[in-house]
Design a protein around this ligand. Structure first.
Ligand SMILES: [Zn+2]
Length: 446
């Protein structure tokens, strides 16, 4: 933004005292670079974990810090509720972020910059925003001398961006006692608003696609680059990669996407029999990139590795493919991929995790809907299936039903799905304040 040439005092960033506490915490967390590069490579989460633990101690809680590996710290704290006979609610976030290449950004991705009414930086929406909202919502309840309606288990996990191996999965596998009594969970990538037909609607995440991270391996004879080599490993791998990458997976609606598309059609006033699922998804505008991917399996090649010298044919070539199948279809999709690439390509499953799908009903969903509409009267609240995954997958191993609910009231023009892992990730300051209030009320009453 340009300032007037004759302005003697350029507009200054708001002072700390002028910022909502949620904004300050999210900003502080963004300034702690907790980049997770994947494959066990990471800057670590310890600094952020200690910051969060310190805040929780200040509320009179007794957080436990657990390292899965050096530097890979998660934080768990229990908050006693008014009625401990109710199932405990896990309210969780992750402390790591995906890498950010500063050359592509308009601001320093780890600067915690506040400008144009927004907080900018890696983690502003995924998910240091929600980490901060959880902390201040719990603080609002405890500082007013109240208690949440039921026991809360606050969890701030390491390593979510690498499938939770050194975070949620590690804790669920080695310390299930930390989650004793928990029945449900809320966390990220849901609860944000979209604009449908000029009207605001909130998407609550009630399910997640399954995850299959595979490696394709082609083998062939090593040879001089001048020879006739029909079984060239790179050529064969390239054909396999192209087949998988070009595959058009058919649309298959689940209960969640059937309900979502029917609701979208109702709000837009169109006949779902006449307008196809993809068209309905596109009609949601910025949310369409999330919703279209929830209607079908996706198979995206993401990494290629082969060769070491211009005049040498290597004896192997490898590609990584990120597969997101609909819940329950993992094995069928793997078989279909093997069929696509042919029997000579080996498939190695590097990491897999379940899909989830819950009903869009029940007391928690009722509480989510009533709290949201109390704070934003007239808004619609819709279920959706997340095309990616969260730590709810790990918690599901303990029978905990997880939802995505990080409430944010967003301006219609903000392309929110593009913020996730995107360049110039940012969140409006007033959306964070809204989220704090909604979350506070939900935890106070549910
Ligand atoms: Zn995330």
């Amino acid at each position: 933004m340009d300032f007037e040439a004759n302005t003697s005092h350029p507009a200054e960033a708001p002072t700390d005292a002028e910022l909502d506490e949620t904004v300050r915490i999210a900003r502080d967390l963004i300034r702690m670079d907790t980049t997770n590069y994947g494959g066990g490579k990471s800057k670590g989460e310890t600094v952020a974990a200690e910051y969060v633990a310190e805040y929780l101690r200040g509320l009179g809680l007794e957080p436990e810090l657990i390292d899965s590996d050096p530097g890979r710290t998660s934080v768990i704290a229990r908050v006693a509720g008014r009625d401990s006979s109710k199932g405990a609610l896990v309210v969780h976030g992750h402390l790591d972020v995906v890498p950010a290449d500063a050359r592509n950004w308009s601001v320093d991705p780890f600067g915690g910059v506040i400008q144009d009414g927004m907080l900018w930086g890696r983690g502003a929406v995924d998910m240091k925003n929600m980490d901060a909202m959880i902390l201040t919502a719990v603080a609002d309840i405890l500082r007013s001398g109240e208690r949440p309606a039921r026991d809360l288990i606050l969890a701030f996990f390491a390593d979510e961006e690498n499938g939770g191996v050194l975070g949620s999965h590690y804790l669920v596998d080695t310390r299930p006692d930390l989650f004793a009594g928990a029945t449900e969970a809320i966390s990220e990538v849901g609860g944000y608003s979209i604009t449908l037909g000029g009207k605001r609607a909130y998407l609550v995440q009630t399910g997640e696609k399954a995850l299959l991270w595979i490696k394709l391996i082609a083998r062939g004879p090593a040879a001089h680059g001048s020879r006739v080599v029909r079984e060239n490993a790179i050529t064969r791998l390239a054909e396999a990669v192209a087949a998988v990458g070009r595959q058009e997976w058919p649309i298959r609606l689940t209960n969640t996407t059937t309900e979502l598309l029917a609701e979208i059609a109702r709000i837009l006033g169109v006949d779902p029999q006449k307008v196809g699922p993809d068209e309905l998804a596109i009609a949601t505008g910025t949310a369409s990139s999330f919703i279209q991917a929830s209607l079908r399996t996706t198979t995206n090649p993401t990494v290629l590795t082969a060769g070491y010298k211009h005049n040498v044919v290597p004896d192997s070539a490898e590609a990584l493919v990120d597969i997101r199948s609909l819940p329950g279809e993992e094995d069928a999709v793997l078989a279909a991929v093997q069929e696509l690439v042919g029997p000579d390509i080996e498939i190695e499953v590097m990491h897999r995790d379940v899909g989830l799908e819950n009903e869009f009903s029940g007391p928690l969903i009722d509480a989510v809907i009533s709290t949201l509409t109390e704070h934003d009267p007239g808004a619609d609240v819709l279920p959706y299936l997340l095309s990616a995954g969260t730590d709810n997958k790990a918690l599901s191993k303990l029978g905990i039903t997880g939802y995505g609910f990080a409430p944010l009231l967003l301006p219609a023009e903000l392309d929110f799905p593009a913020m996730f892992h995107g360049v110039d990730e940012r969140v409006p300051l007033d959306a964070l304040v809204f989220g704090r209030r909604v979350l506070t009320d939900l935890l106070r009453t549910y």
